[in-house]
Design a protein. Structure first.
Length: 329
């Protein structure tokens, strides 16, 4: 590792150098004027000049923070493991939120990902089945990329309904595999699930998995996306219709979402055309106590400014001790 500098030379250093040059020039001219008035020599004024230039240069170097040499530094990464589960059932294409429920989720996910910088985040997609879309990662660029490609076509044909049990079960298994949950960690709420859905759930199996979340102290924050008035679901042939040929109206259902949040010490939030509680969700997550997720060893260069500063002070002290007769009669 070569020589590096903590900062580049800037306005402060230029001002100090200019001040030193002006002061030194003024001092020499003053001694010269006095010597001429006394008709004597003033050459000894230059005796200490190299010494002063050297320790002034050393002070400037110390100020810039020279760094060289190899070193290792351990950094503890403190944060939370957050899985975001996104409902990709056909009802998420409803347009009661413009341009659609899913597009609104994708926009808000970008804000969440970019705000929670120190947390590991993973993405799960689900309808009647669930899949890992992106594993836990610190890479916000990759997360944003995976977020932008979310669409209902990612789910297999026939996965039109929604079952909250499937994503909750998948996330629990991933927490157990990746983080190896231990009882001594159960008092730390550092594991979070954020579940986005319109709440139109066609199963009640989630009640069994919720108990396991309570035991492992994994908090679930649910986000209801949609409106109570409902919206039509666009398809390639118009709007989705039921078996009787009537246009289906998908409405926000909050019952299951609120139940899951309450039973896991989480909280329910809502996103609609008139309400957006995503900022409150972000603040709530940020207030949760994190835990040490990882320890990273990084190569660092050591700032050696102290050597130059001490050398400059030593020369300054020497300058004070040495007495020179500036004007010789």
């Amino acid at each position: 590792m070569g020589l590096q500098w903590y900062q580049d030379i800037g306005i402060v250093e230029y001002i100090l150098i200019a001040t030193f040059l002006v002061a030194t020039t003024f001092y020499i001219l003053r001694i010269r004027r006095i010597a001429r008035a006394l008709n004597t020599h003033y050459r000894w004024v230059f005796f200490k000049l190299p010494l002063r230039i050297i320790y002034f240069a050393l002070l400037i170097i110390a100020l810039l923070g020279p760094s060289f040499g190899f070193g290792k530094k351990s950094i503890a990464v403190v944060g939370k493991d957050i899985f975001i589960a996104v409902d990709l059932s056909l009802s998420m294409k409803a347009t009661d939120i413009q341009p659609s429920r899913l597009e609104k989720i994708k926009y808000e996910l970008s804000n969440i990902i970019n705000t929670l910088k120190s947390d590991r985040i993973g993405l799960v997609i689900f309808s009647s089945s669930a899949f890992m879309h992106c594993p836990l990662t610190y890479d916000k660029g990759a997360l944003n990329l995976f977020t932008q490609i979310l669409n209902t076509n990612l789910m297999p044909i026939g996965n039109a309904g929604t079952d909250f049990y499937t994503p909750l079960e998948l996330v629990l298994k991933k927490y157990q595999e990746v983080n190896k949950l231990k009882r001594k960690q159960q008092n730390e709420y550092a594991k979070v699930v954020v579940l986005f859905s319109d709440g139109e759930e066609f199963g009640d199996r989630y009640t069994a998995i919720v108990n396991q979340y309570k035991q492992n102290n994994i908090r679930v924050f649910t986000v209801g996306v949609g409106s109570l008035q409902g919206g039509k679901i666009p398809t390639s042939l118009g709007f989705k219709k039921d078996k009787k040929g009537k246009v289906v109206l998908s409405k926000l259902s909050t019952t299951s979402l609120q139940t899951i949040a309450e039973q896991t010490n989480g909280r329910f939030f809502e996103v609609s055309e008139t309400k957006n509680e995503i900022p409150e969700l972000i603040n709530t997550i940020q207030e949760i106590k994190g835990q040490k997720l990882d320890v990273r060893n990084i190569d660092v260069s050591s700032n050696k400014y102290a050597y130059f500063a001490w050398a400059a002070l030593a020369l300054l002290f020497l300058d004070v001790l040495i007495t020179v007769k500036v004007i010789s009669l």
